[in-house]
Design a protein around this ligand. Structure first.
Ligand SMILES: [Fe+2]
Ligand SMILES: [Fe+2]
Length: 482
């Protein structure tokens, strides 16, 4: 193996650093509303904040903080908000929103005087003035503070939709469907012995990685919607998306994530050599048909080995193709003559493949399992079939109510799951877009966060009662998710 295996990173560095920053910064901002500039408590809060900022700059080179809708990013990586920190993040978000400031950047180490000037500038801003950021910029310039930059919070005024986020969704769709087109093209190309367009595949996977690193909800949502017709092509793209999103959460470095995506995209390449009658058979496969079916990992590996175009990628692609039906305990197929450890990429793709293959209807699996059931199976087989650490992260990512699930709430409202919480304990408290019936059809209502508590009763405002079948209600989930 040419490269070291990435390490599992339960700490998620951007989250740790970003949370430290927001906590101190918010405390300081609050402090300015109580104390004046010469107060000793302010000096202490400034000192603490300087320390955190400069620590981040020393280790990361830069501190760029950004709010996108209600997500927080440190140096363009999303900060995972834990239940403990949710109140602080929310309060901070409200404070920044009032001031229309959505970006703060420290490009070099900051000193206490500059930070103090800056925080009082922020604190003194008018409410609801969209041009606040320009005022801050001018003031910073006037005071020759060059290391601090601010940017506007970009909302559509009444709808609270972030422009970039809409663009991101549009772009995500484009990447998703282009990838499907590419897989089609490649499958046809293989039949006609044409060379693969590997550069295009790499580019698409790099785009997918960038999108997922910003916000994985749209691409995961697309992968979760199981009502497309052409299973084979979608399957490859979905596996790639699940794998990238999973890899990102495990802490695989960005440059390896697109390789992981490629390995996912081509994991079933061997199936292009399996006769269609077997591949699409509706009934049960005969033993000899199974034997042929089971040869696809080896065929895929051979196809990859024969192609020079892969270059350095080749090892990764082989891991995906050869290992995806091998189990964690090394049973499964192809049967190994020499026992060896399954690579991390292989373990990730095996999980993504299993989930996507079961959760949808297909030729010999006419009724799709519901996601809950599959996740249950995965937990049960964790440690035998699947790497237990990766399963845990996967389940957290998919949530027991995956993106796009239609749910009934205890308030008798209906909604569609639009974002999963990253904290394991909050897996049943996703963000939901409410829908209501009006003028003869279902319409998009407001977005709610099921983590929200009722101040008076100290209970959650809304909880999920059960999942509903969108087909029964004639609801096209895609429209609400996008
Ligand atoms: Fe397969
Ligand atoms: Fe597969």
């Amino acid at each position: 193996m040419p490269e070291e295996e990435p390490i599992f990173d339960p700490e998620h560095r951007p989250t740790k650093l970003g949370t430290e920053f927001i906590t101190k910064f918010y405390r300081l901002l609050k402090g300015t509303t109580i104390y004046d500039q010469n107060n000793v408590i302010i000096d202490r809060l400034v000192q603490e904040c300087v320390q955190v900022i400069n620590n981040i700059i020393q280790s990361e080179g830069n501190l760029f903080f950004k709010i996108v809708r209600d997500n927080f990013f440190l140096n363009n990586i999303r900060i995972i908000v834990s239940a403990d920190n949710f109140p602080i993040f929310k309060a901070f978000w409200q404070d920044m929103r009032k001031r229309w400031i959505g970006e703060v950047e420290f490009s070099e180490e900051v000193n206490a005087d500059h930070l103090k000037d800056f925080i009082y500038l922020l604190s003194g801003l008018e409410e609801n003035n969209e041009s606040n950021y320009l005022y801050v910029k001018k003031q910073l310039e006037y005071r020759s503070i060059e290391s601090i930059e601010v940017g506007k919070l970009e909302f559509y005024k009444d709808e609270e939709i972030y422009i970039d986020s809409e663009e991101q969704k549009k772009y995500s769709k484009e990447v998703y469907f282009k990838s499907i087109g590419l897989v089609k093209e490649i499958v046809d190309g293989i039949h006609q012995q044409k060379a693969l367009n590997i550069r295009k595949a790499k580019r698409l996977m790099q785009n997918a990685v960038n999108l997922i690193m910003q916000d994985d909800s749209t691409l995961l949502g697309l992968a979760n919607i199981k009502n497309y017709d052409e299973y084979t092509f979608n399957h490859s793209v979905n596996v790639a998306i699940y794998a990238i999103a999973l890899g990102q959460r495990i802490g695989i470095p960005q440059k390896h994530l697109s390789h992981l995506g490629m390995a996912g995209l081509f994991h079933d390449m061997g199936k292009t050599r399996i006769p269609k009658e077997i591949l699409n058979k509706t009934g049960k496969l005969l033993p000899e048909e199974w034997a042929i079916m089971r040869s696809h990992p080896v065929i895929g590996t051979e196809l990859i080995m024969r192609m020079k175009e892969w270059g350095e990628l080749s090892t990764r692609m082989i891991e995906g193709a050869f290992e995806h039906h091998l189990r964690y305990d090394l049973t499964g197929y192809p049967r190994l003559t020499r026992k060896r450890k399954i690579s991390l990429f292989g373990r990730i793709i095996a999980i993504a493949d299993f989930y996507d293959a079961l959760v949808r209807p297909r030729a010999y699996n006419r009724f799709p399992y519901v996601s809950e059931k599959i996740l249950e199976i995965m937990i049960e087989r964790s440690g035998k079939d699947f790497d237990p650490a990766v399963v845990k992260v996967f389940i957290n990512m998919i949530g027991i109510f995956p993106l796009g699930t239609l749910v009934l709430l205890n308030t008798n409202e209906m909604g569609i799951v639009t974002q999963i919480q990253e904290e394991a304990e909050l897996i049943d408290r996703p963000k939901v877009c409410l829908i209501y019936y009006g003028d003869g059809e279902y319409r998009k209502g407001k977005a709610v966060d099921l983590r929200e508590m009722d101040e008076a009763t100290k209970n959650f405002k809304r909880s999920i009662v059960k999942t509903l079948d969108p087909n029964e209600y004639n609801i096209n989930v895609v429209e609400f998710l996008m």
